[in-house]
Design a protein around this ligand. Structure first.
Ligand SMILES: Nc1ncnc2c1ncn2[C@@H]1O[C@H](COP(=O)(O)OP(=O)(O)OP(=O)(O)O)[C@@H](O)[C@H]1O
Ligand SMILES: Cc1ncc(CO)c(N)n1
Length: 265
């Protein structure tokens, strides 16, 4: 029996809704074994990020080597990457271990506005990591930061933005529409096929970690052998249920419900 595996390279969210914790919960729900390489510890809750304690690049490398030299992975998924140095270490691991499927969620800032990737890191993301990426999942603010364009107003603008992001080198772009002003429209673009994944926008406050959860559901499904579009479709259903039944935990922006998708089947 082969057990599908993902390696999550991301920051720890002490509040349990985003980052590594979201990745582990999501992959567990979807029947995938998750390993981790932690880039930073954050002291964080539903109100925001209080402190960030980055792991050294040497220690990130040690975690990646420990996992990849023994357990291996079907998919590597990245979240918070801290700096250019951390991105270099991740790219070296992708090359050394010939990792073919890489899901990149470009965590640049938290919803509450804290920087989770520095300026040089944004440049390294574009120049080093995106050409090694299979599925790239930016949200709208991240897409605007990377392309330096204006806020999308129409679905046609969203499509244009996805095509622009494709030029940075990933095999597939999935532009997330959580911050769009209409329905929750995500755009899938692989260089020829352009598809919209649309769900009605739900008025919810418990949406902390939606992006991490969505990207890890994509990574988990890829690890199980799904083709990319099917993996994205399932991840969209997973996050929609997780938001619908979001958890009233903490005093601020609470977490999504990682168990809701499986419970709804
Ligand atoms: N209110 C909502 N109703 C329905 N779907 C939503 C809502 N908010 C986000 N989504 C969906 O959730 C997924 C994640 O998108 P989003 O743009 O929120 O990611 P994100 O900003 O990276 O998340 P975060 O930074 O909070 O982790 C997308 O599929 C998006 O369409
Ligand atoms: C550790 C971590 N990763 C990602 C995000 C973005 O949701 C967050 N708030 N915290």
């Amino acid at each position: 029996m082969t057990i599908p595996k993902i390696l999550s390279v991301a920051g720890s969210d002490s509040g349990g809704g985003a980052g590594i914790q979201a990745d582990i919960k999501t992959s567990q729900e979807l029947g995938v074994f998750s390993t981790t390489a932690i880039t930073a510890l954050t002291a964080q809750n539903t109100m925001g990020v209080q402190e960030v304690f980055p792991v050294s690049t040497e220690f990130l490398k040690a975690q990646l080597e420990a996992v990849l030299s023994d357990i291996g992975t079907d998919v590597l998924k990245t979240g918070m990457l801290v700096s250019e140095g951390h991105i270099q270490v991740v790219c070296d691991a992708i090359d050394t271990y010939s990792i073919k499927r890489v899901v990149v969620d470009p965590v640049i800032a938290s919803t509450s506005g804290s920087d989770l990737l520095n300026e040089a890191g944004v440049k390294a993301l574009k120049e080093m990591l995106l050409p090694r990426t299979t599925i790239f999942t930016p949200n709208i603010p991240e897409a605007l930061r990377l392309t330096e364009t204006h806020e999308p107003v129409t679905v046609a603008d969203l499509k244009k933005l996805a095509v622009q992001l494709y030029q940075f080198g990933p095999t597939i772009v999935v532009l997330k529409g959580g911050h769009f002003n209409g329905d929750a429209v995500d755009v899938f673009y692989d260089g020829s096929r352009l598809e919209l994944l649309t769900e009605e926008r739900m008025q919810r406050t418990n949406t902390h970690g939606t992006g991490c959860t969505f990207a890890s559901a994509i990574a988990a499904e890829l690890a199980k052998g799904s083709i990319p579009f099917e993996a994205v479709k399932l991840a969209k259903a997973f996050i929609t249920e997780a938001i619908r039944y979001g958890l009233p935990i903490g005093k601020g922006n609470g977490p999504t419900n990682h168990a809701a998708y499986k419970q709804s089947r």
